[in-house]
Design a binder for this molecule. Structure first.
Ligand code: FAD
Length: 830
């Protein structure tokens, strides 16, 4: 087996050692700077509350596995998980509504949960102030992880299996030869390794810097306090229970005031996120002392009482039993925050053998460790972890200022009720397309993604709403789905379907892939034959060896050895870069250059039945269907501007993506705008775009389909070339999968009443039972109904009725044949 060095013996590092050992790997060393019995990282003082349910399916499933695993670790009657259940209470009507939404997530992801009345909350949790509580959400399988104990038991069990643990051993450097790590250096010498995994928690930034890898996490201090003995908790015989199961009440969240609670025998433990963010630089904490104890460890900073004052007042209100107690002990404990709140898992593209698993809560620890162990041993994790990928961040999101500002913001908002389209106020305007000034002039309302500002709709189109035909008039929305929405989107969709609109496509990733090895690379990684003649466009899939979808891309063949890739994520770039490097090493001379050209280029999607009229007026090349057929491209000049015309469309209408380099962008916009005046051209935003995309049946990678799905289930087998010659990643798996009847399918739904909105991630019920979940949803303006995609069991047929739960209300929907709009593709191919 490979020689593995794991840095850090916290809950993540020890779980990883355990998961690797259980998969038959034997040469593992765990290096820990602190003493092994209490290493002094975040795990050593973690109160261990495990609330499993979140809006993310991935995170919920990582948590669910962690609970299962911790429940299974036991020694001499000492267990590692106290399954007391979890109770989240609402003290405001908005929170009560939000708990309904959360209950929906639990149903979607398969976690048993129950909405409970105020009365039931108080029965379940007698110390609650029944004048304050309006209701709650109870999750029986949540509970308390005894994380420090679990770490010790894992050290014991993996040591027996041959894992070496080196305590009091700081890693001071990571050794490498070329692009491969070869080991770690410590004061007592070098430890050779084929694989080095940094599980260093909030020290991750420092470890990454040793090999030039930017780790976008921010250590922040978070307040946790214990009260003096609470009379109401006395006399229950659990104060000093030897097995550490010192709690019987459910773990409790009072998110309206950014608070959570647990019992410690006769005392209460209180955690608070309402205080000012307190960033910490891990390197400034100094070396872990030789002796660490409960009060003295690098991750435990002095308690700042004044920051906790509001928490204490609120706690005494919510739990009147605390009124006769005091704060006995408190600390500001350090752990990691990231720009999007997710963990960081994976490897950098420029280096082999170096992995990270950081910014992981106890809640997800075993799940993350298993995912990484699966990736190391089989190349793929059962649970899709693309949203945890180290490579998901754009370059602009890796710098210290960005990480600091967004990390602090995530700390502040951790318990806030956030709309799925919620926009951060800052940092903004990090990346703007060359069309930005023109878009501002048109009153664009910008939403941010990956640092890019993208118009969501244009206020300039407001008056069009009045002139919409009756069947296009937007229906009234409920208050939640009306947020961050404008009826102007309906008008923009109408114009696209009936005249012509231009959409800013700049933020979509574009990579230039060229060189003598480029054909070989793309043939090996994609499901299509890309040896078509230059000038063609191919929609294709990137699979893993198991046939799971790891991306969907457009391959544009510009010349024999020159391609442009249209991709979804920065992770696609990391994958192509790594694979190009690996291939080049195997076949010297067959070099491949992979370059991100997203920012140096820009792109306008010009779509609608009159798009040809607009382009014909300014083009010197033949833009007829014969001259430039669907899925073909041509380099040309539009009124002096060098462009590439690409005959493709995300919205299902005739048209082109028109690409040029950044310096010509504004002129290109103006030229098209001018030419379009005669034909009723407008600018359209992403909101209308999403609606039309969904109607047309185009999937969004990472939302509608992930590595957990194969092309047959996801309805994209049309992107697999069954006759493709030669081998490609996932081919063997596809041949096997093609013979199976899918047990689940991604299905299109429309809402029967034509007006009830859904937004995504809601549970879907079939014959009264939870059977699947919605991925994306939007009002389909052309079809005049809300529409959605949902994963459903294979036995649910087209035409059947299902119910989608939205804020506790069941909405009837019909499973539809695809596409909902122009299934014959007549509009696109005309
Ligand atoms: P750590 O436990 O910090 O382990 C990393 C280890 O790496 C450390 O032991 C460190 O000494 C070692 N290390 C670092 N650098 C080096 C080096 N150069 N050489 C050798 N070793 C090195 N999570 C929950 O899920 N639920 C909760 O209720 C909860 N409450 C929390 C309350 C507080 C007050 C705090 C601070 C955190 C809380 N967390 C909670 C978060 C949770 O504790 C952490 O996310 C988790 O413990 C991180 O585990 P880890 O193994 O990644 O990191």
């Amino acid at each position: 087996s490979q020689r593995v060095v794991i840095i850090g013996a916290g809950i993540v590092g020890t779980n990883l050692a355990d998961e690797l050992v259980s998969r038959g790997w034997s040469d593992i060393t765990v290096v820990e700077q602190g003493p092994l019995h209490m290493p002094g990282g975040s795990t050593s003082h973690a109160p261990g509350l495990v609330f499993q349910t979140s809006p993310s399916k991935t995170m919920t499933h990582l948590a669910r596995y962690t609970v299962e695993k911790l429940l299974s670790i036991e020694k001499d009657g000492h267990r590692c998980f106290n399954q007391v259940g979890g109770l989240e209470v609402a003290t405001t009507p908005a929170r009560l509504e939000d708990l309904k939404r959360k209950h929906g997530y639990a149903s979607s992801w398969g976690i048993e949960a129950r909405l409970v009345s105020a009365e039931e909350c108080c029965k379940m949790y007698p110390h609650l102030n029944n004048d304050m509580v309006l209701g709650g959400l109870h999750i029986p399988s949540d509970g308390l992880a005894l994380a420090a104990r679990a770490t010790q038991l894992l050290i014991e069990r993996t040591s027996k299996a041959g894992v070496r643990y080196l305590g009091h051993t700081p890693v001071t450097g990571i050794e490498r030869e070329g692009r491969r790590v070869t080991g770690v250096s410590t004061p007592s010498g070098t430890l050779p390794a084929d694989i080095v995994v940094s599980c260093a928690g909030f020290w991750g930034v420092e470890l990454g810097a040793m090999v030039g890898v930017e780790i976008p996490l921010l250590p922040l201090a978070h307040q946790y306090a214990k009260t003096t003995a609470v009379p109401a908790l006395a006399g229950r015989g659990i104060n000093n229970m030897i097995n550490g199961m010192n709690a019987t009440l459910p773990i409790l969240r009072h998110q309206d005031k950014r608070l959570y609670y647990r019992e410690h025998g006769g005392q209460y433990g209180i955690g608070y996120y309402g205080h000012r963010p307190m960033p910490v630089v891990a390197a400034s904490l100094g070396l872990t002392p030789k002796e660490v104890d409960e009060k003295n460890m690098p991750s435990r900073l002095d308690f700042t009482t004044e920051d906790f004052d509001p928490a204490w007042k609120e706690s005494q209100k919510l739990l009147p039993a605390l009124q006769n107690t005091e704060i006995a002990d408190g600390f500001n404990g350090v752990f990691s925050f990231t720009p999007d709140g997710g963990p960081i898992l994976g490897q950098p593209s420029h280096l082999d053998g170096f992995y990270v698993a950081e910014a992981v809560w106890v809640t997800h620890s075993a799940g993350v460790a298993r995912a990484l162990a699966q990736i190391l041993t089989t190349g793929r994790s059962d649970i899709d972890v693309s949203e945890c990928e180290l490579s998901r961040f754009e370059e602009v999101q890796l710098n210290g200022d960005y990480v600091s500002e967004t990390g602090q913001q995530n700390f502040v908002e951790i318990y806030d009720i956030l709309h799925p389209l919620q926009q951060r106020a800052s940092p903004r305007n990090l990346r703007v397309s060359p069309f930005y000034a023109r878009q501002q002039d048109l009153g664009a309302v910008f939403f941010e993604t990956g640092g890019w500002e993208r118009p969501w709709w244009y206020e300039a189109n407001k008056d069009l709403v009045k002139s919409l035909p009756l069947s296009w008039q937007p229906v009234e929305r409920d208050a939640w789905s009306a947020q961050l929405h404008s009826p102007i989107s309906a008008a923009e969709a109408w114009k696209t379907r009936n005249a012509v609109a231009m959409f800013d496509m700049t933020a979509f990733h574009r990579f230039d892939v060229r060189g003598p090895g480029a054909v070989g690379l793309l043939q090996r990684l994609t499901t299509s034959d890309i040896t078509t003649k230059p000038g063609t466009v191919t929609y294709t899939l990137l699979l893993n060896d198991h046939g799971g979808i790891r991306g969907d891309i457009f391959v544009l063949r510009l010349d024999d050895d020159v391609f442009q890739i249209g991709a979804n994520t920065a992770t696609d770039l990391a994958y192509l870069t790594r694979e190009a490097r690996v291939q080049e090493q195997k076949t010297p001379g067959q070099w491949i250059q992979v370059r991100d050209i997203t920012g140096s280029t820009c792109c306008i999607g010009l779509w609608g039945p009159r798009a040809r009229d607009v382009i014909a007026g300014i083009s010197t090349v033949d833009v007829s269907n014969k001259g430039l057929p669907y899925f073909s491209l041509k380099k040309t000049v539009l009124q002096g501007i060098p462009v590439t015309l690409i005959r493709k469309s995300y919205v299902g209408e005739l048209g082109w993506e028109i690409q040029t380099s950044a310096e010509y962008g504004q002129r290109l916009w103006d030229t098209i705008w001018q030419a379009g005046k005669l034909h009723g051209l407008i600018a359209g935003g992403r909101s209308a775009f999403n609606s039309m995309r969904l109607e047309k049946g185009y999937r969004t990678y990472g939302v509608d389909m992930t590595t957990e799905h194969n092309p047959f289930e996801a309805g994209v087998s049309y992107a697999v070339d069954a006759n493709k010659k030669g081998d490609f990643v996932g081919k063997a798996a596809l041949q096997r999968l093609s013979k199976q009847v899918p047990s689940r399918r991604l299905r299109a739904l429309t809402v029967d009443d034509g007006r009830s909105m859904i937004l995504g991630k809601e549970p879907v019920f079939y014959n009264g039972k939870a059977a699947g979940y919605v991925t994306t949803a939007a009002f389909g303006y052309t079809i005049g109904k809300p529409s959605a995609y949902a994963w459903l069991p294979g036995y649910v047929r087209e035409g059947e009725t299902v119910e989608v739960e939205y804020f506790g209300k069941r909405i009837r929907a019909t499973v539809e044949a695809e596409s909902l709009y122009d299934p014959e593709m007549n509009r696109l191919r005309q």
